[in-house]
Design a protein around this ligand. Structure first.
Ligand code: F6P
Length: 533
């Protein structure tokens, strides 16, 4: 394994300054470096990965044991070793499958819960389940992290398919979030879903209490308009939610991987059970592709290998996710949790220090908005930011197809500009044509040089349907898995989130004036003083 890492680094040293454009001297490069899953296309030809690097990267995945680990994950082995759990979110979308955990096929339970969700969603959408003031008009999902980002991202992504009540998401403990969301809603026709795997998360439980108080001002029995999504049945009962409206899942579904099960309830209420099943089917189709396609044409594996090349080999510390699809505007935030909570680790599975960097910083915004904000740095800054574009062949607005065409041309133009750049000679010619001469021509031209040679990939898909969204989400889930296996880390725990939570709990009484800040560092003491006064 070490030899492969070393060979990759040596190869990178040898080719780092080569022009990516020169790789297109191979007329078949675009075709060779484009992989397909169904109608989805992943073009990774605009990277500095040549056939030799590609061979080494695939060898790295093979030597890291990706295939064996994949088998272990899908068959329910305890691959989350630090929490002693299986990692089986894949089972939530494998509705015809058999997945044995502890000697029992868990798919039957998954299907039973899905059917209960569907029946409840149908009752709400068709008015059989009503609020105390009539049919449900609004649903408020209260959750945070994995209990918010997935369904919130997907609900926005599938806006053209909404035909149920309006769905809102509240996550932040900042009272502004729930206050702004509830303002204008009618408590008598609102359903609140408390989505929390553990049912202990302070933000969620605080917001749930605030929502219940808000409802109690108008409605006699607010608990009757609450549903819960959780693994903790006794806690949901203690909160006063009837078990018939509690949808459970098992501890082998990680928070950031939970969108496929009951955490997707709010999404199901928005788009309906049929569309939700299409979403599951798209996810499952990508699972099948991941399990069956050879590494060399396997989208999740290739995405991971491009990620490893850019981050661990080339040393590019961040990657930008740039959907040219406004409805995917929450995808970067969703991926921040998926990728950074999963692969932002500092020790290997055996507890030893990592000898290489772990996952990159992931960030982004939809195009074309980003073009008018941070693309300047991407084109002309001193650091290289690998860009990952996403774009649909068709939008959902046929009457606005001219706008979609403009969107697509911007996406392709950005990828092209990053690749080609603009040389000093070209910039000089432009400035000379404007009449500049001498030193001023040189000075002005230098500001207009684009180094180019900046890598990007494009994920293109027919249209952002529920099925395609399912494929996209699973593509990224498995990318994270493959990168994690190659790095030798546990992608499925999140100990890094805990320390801040503990300290916040300790500071609460200090801010309430019930405890002293003595023993805290000088900065914390001074800020407590300021914020309390
Ligand atoms: O941020 C840590 C975390 O545990 C996430 O993994 C999870 O998605 C989120 O908190 C919410 O947790 P819960 O669903 O238990 O409220």
């Amino acid at each position: 394994m070490n030899e492969i890492w070393q060979a990759l680094s040596a190869h990178h040293e040898a080719v780092r300054d080569r022009s990516i454009l020169s790789l297109f001297d191979d007329a078949a490069r675009a075709e060779r470096f484009t992989a397909r899953a169904g109608e989805m296309v992943f073009d990774w030809s605009k990277t500095n990965i040549d056939p030799q690097a590609r061979g080494m990267l695939v060898a790295l995945a093979e030597a890291s044991g990706v295939a064996a680990k994949r088998q272990a994950m899908f068959t329910g082995e305890t691959i989350n070793e630090t929490e002693g759990r299986a990692v089986l979110h894949t089972a939530l979308r494998d509705l015809d499958g058999t997945v044995i955990v502890g000697g029992k096929n868990v798919v039957a339970g998954i299907k039973a819960t899905l059917e209960r969700m569907e029946a409840f969603a149908a009752d709400v959408r068709e008015g059989r389940f009503a609020g105390q003031g009539g049919a449900i008009t609004d649903v408020v999902n209260i959750g945070i992290g994995g209990s918010d980002l997935g369904p919130a991202m997907a609900t926005l992504a599938l806006a053209p398919y909404h035909n149920g009540p309006r769905v809102h998401y509240v996550s932040n403990v900042d009272g502004a979030h729930i206050a702004d969301t509830l303002r204008g809603l009618d408590p008598a026709t609102t359903l609140v879903i408390v989505a929390s795997k553990t049912f202990t998360t302070i933000e969620t439980m605080t917001n749930a209490q605030t929502a219940r108080d808000w409802m109690a001002r108008v409605v006699k029995n607010p608990g009757a308009q609450f549903a819960a999504v959780s693994t903790a049945a006794e806690k949901t009962a203690a909160f006063g939610i009837d078990p018939s409206r509690v949808f459970g899942f098992e501890d082998w579904v990680g928070g950031r991987y939970s969108l496929w099960g009951p955490i997707g309830l709010a999404l199901m209420l928005a788009v309906g059970p049929v569309r939700f099943r299409e979403f599951l089917a798209g996810g499952h189709a990508m699972d099948v592709h991941f399990c069956e396609a050879g590494f060399d044409e396997n989208l999740p594996v290739l995405l991971a290998l491009v990620g490893i090349w850019h981050n661990q080999i080339c040393g590019f510390a961040t990657r930008a996710v740039l959907p040219y699809d406004q409805r995917l505007s929450r995808l970067p935030a969703y991926l921040q949790q998926l990728e950074m909570e999963s692969n932002g680790k500092r020790v290997a599975m055996d507890g030893s220090d990592l000898a290489i960097h772990s996952g990159p910083v992931v960030w982004g915004e939809p195009g074309t908005n980003g073009q008018h904000a941070f693309y300047q740095l991407i084109h002309q800054g001193t650091r290289v930011v690998p860009c990952e574009f996403l774009v649909a062949r068709h939008g959902h607005e046929p009457e606005l197809s001219h706008q979609h065409l403009l969107l697509v041309s911007n996406c392709l133009a950005q990828a092209e500009a990053l690749l080609r750049g603009r040389s000093l000679d070209e910039a000089r010619a432009i400035m000379a044509a404007k009449g500049l001469v001498g030193d001023e021509l040189d000075r002005q031209a230098r500001h207009r040089v684009f180094p180019g040679n900046r890598p990007s990939t494009v994920l293109a898909y027919p249209k952002l349907t529920p099925f395609v969204l399912g494929q996209i989400v699973v593509l990224y889930e498995h990318r994270v898995f493959v990168e994690g296996v190659i790095l030798g880390i546990n992608s499925y725990d999140q100990w890094g989130v805990e320390l801040g939570k503990e300290l916040a709990l300790a500071l609460q009484p200090v801010l309430e004036g019930k405890a002293t800040a003595a023993g805290k560092d000088g900065s914390t003491q001074a800020l407590v003083e300021y914020l309390r006064s």
